[in-house]
Write a protein that binds this ligand. Structure first.
Ligand SMILES: *Cc1c(COP(=O)(O)O)cnc(C)c1O
Length: 407
């Protein structure tokens, strides 16, 4: 008899985006004359940069000729891309990361979901609340949790991110082994200072723990004092793995290219306390289960590091940041408390009411769609997330409507 992995039965169905879609279509049926502006889903809206498109086209043409055709490439990514990443993203900021510590992949979602299979079943996992759901669900699937009760899985150490701690979690009181952190944060849009991040690195070093640092939104950091990479923090290379993506900085959400940094010094332990290289383990996993990102996509990613590519990507991110500033200004003028939106595409707004009531109010009064915070965890109750991934025109119109409806 074929039996299933019953851990899958513990998963909570995510109704968040289907619930949103249902309420929006209901509204549209009842108000066919009104158009709805979507500031909900975390996907980019602007096209790829000309630098990436040019490199993409050229690489596609190379694939047509026997002499320049490429078949299977290195599983870890082509040297040209790994070198460009190491140099531009890390060495240029004083973080000593080498090309062979970069593993190119088809997404930070897959990598941040797959990484947990390197670790034993009985580790204690610390996960922020609210959170990007991948970290939690992949540990549920792997059997590291008990059942779901009152909005939380037994066996997980939740790191509450609330107004009281400015949405940067405090160190856990109990000992944990694996820690997920994401800054700039999705959904709250908050950032972490070097000093705060150092306390996590020190905790990990003192407890032989490991930090999984999701830096998918680093390109939105404009404050030069904030860390873009955890490897800007002294001592992090031994205790941290970092996830990066071309999705949000270069519009690759549909093109698919990302990378994970596993420094050679990064260690984990067997049950006898003997240390093992996580670089070697991840390399083994990657080569066994993954066959590389397509050559044209890697060329398109490499192009963001050319002079033109850098300027175009900066302009792309600046465009969304301008939206974020517009949203912040409007919410401030309406008297709402919020965080995020200055080094992040997300603004996290306190509604002083139930998340879904706040969502319905914005939809019904203004025809604006946001994301209810409760969909990201129990600490998200009472908040909504507004995303800056839209056109200037739509964001301006949405803010005009909010001002009229709520002012
Ligand atoms: C968008 C996003 C990513 C990027 O995922 P890809 O699979 O590379 O598109 C990673 N982490 C978070 C928190 C995100 O919001």
């Amino acid at each position: 008899m074929i039996t299933i992995n019953e851990n899958y039965l513990k998963l909570q169905a995510s109704y968040l985006f289907s619930d949103i879609a249902k309420r929006v279509s209901n509204f549209q049926e009842n108000n066919p004359e009104k158009d709805v502006i979507k500031l909900g889903i975390g996907d980019v809206t602007k096209g790829l940069t000309p630098a990436s498109i040019e490199a993409f086209h050229k690489a596609v043409d190379e694939m047509a000729e026997d002499s320049s055709f490429r078949g299977y490439g290195p599983e870890q990514g082509y040297g040209f891309l790994r070198e460009a990443i190491a140099e531009n993203e890390f060495q240029a900021r004083g973080a000593d990361i080498q090309a062979d510590e970069i593993f190119v992949s088809d997404g930070a979602k897959c990598d941040s979901g797959n990484i947990q299979e390197l670790f034993s079943q009985d580790i204690t996992v610390a996960i922020p609340d609210p959170v990007y759901p991948v970290y939690l669900d992949t540990n549920v699937m792997a059997g590291r949790t008990g059942t779901f009760e009152k909005g939380r899985f037994k066996g997980i150490v939740y790191l509450d991110c609330t107004k009281d701690n400015n949405f940067v979690p405090a160190l856990p009181k109990e000992q944990v082994d694996l820690i997920y952190l994401c800054f700039p944060n999705n959904p709250t849009g908050t950032t972490i200072s070097k000093e705060e991040l150092k306390t996590w690195v020190d905790y990990a070093r003192d407890n032989k723990a490991l930090i999984l640092f999701d830096a998918a939104y680093e390109a939105f950091i404009r404050d030069e004092n904030l860390p873009k990479s955890i490897y800007e923090i002294e001592g992090a290379k031994e205790v941290a793995i970092e996830f990066r993506s071309f999705s949000k900085n270069a519009g690759f959400t549909g093109t698919r290219c990302a990378y994970t940094v596993v420094p050679k010094e990064c260690l984990a332990y067997d049950k006898d306390g003997k240390s093992h290289s996580l670089h070697a383990l991840w390399n083994r996993r990657h080569c066994t289960k993954f066959n590389g990102v397509s050559y044209p996509v890697q060329r398109a990613a490499e192009a963001i590091y050319t002079e033109a590519g850098k300027a175009q990507c900066k302009a792309l991110v600046d465009y969304y940041l301008e939206n974020a500033a517009t949203i912040r200004k409007t919410m401030a003028s309406l008297g709402y408390e919020y965080v995020g939106g200055n080094n992040s595409p997300y603004i996290w707004i306190e509604g002083k009411m139930d998340s879904w009531d706040f969502f319905d109010m914005l939809l019904n009064k203004a025809g604006v769609v946001c994301t209810p915070g409760a969909g990201f965890g129990t600490c998200g109750e009472g908040y909504i997330r507004i995303s800056a991934f839209n056109s200037h025109k739509n964001v301006k119109e949405a803010m005009k409507r909010l001002t009229k409806a709520l002012g």
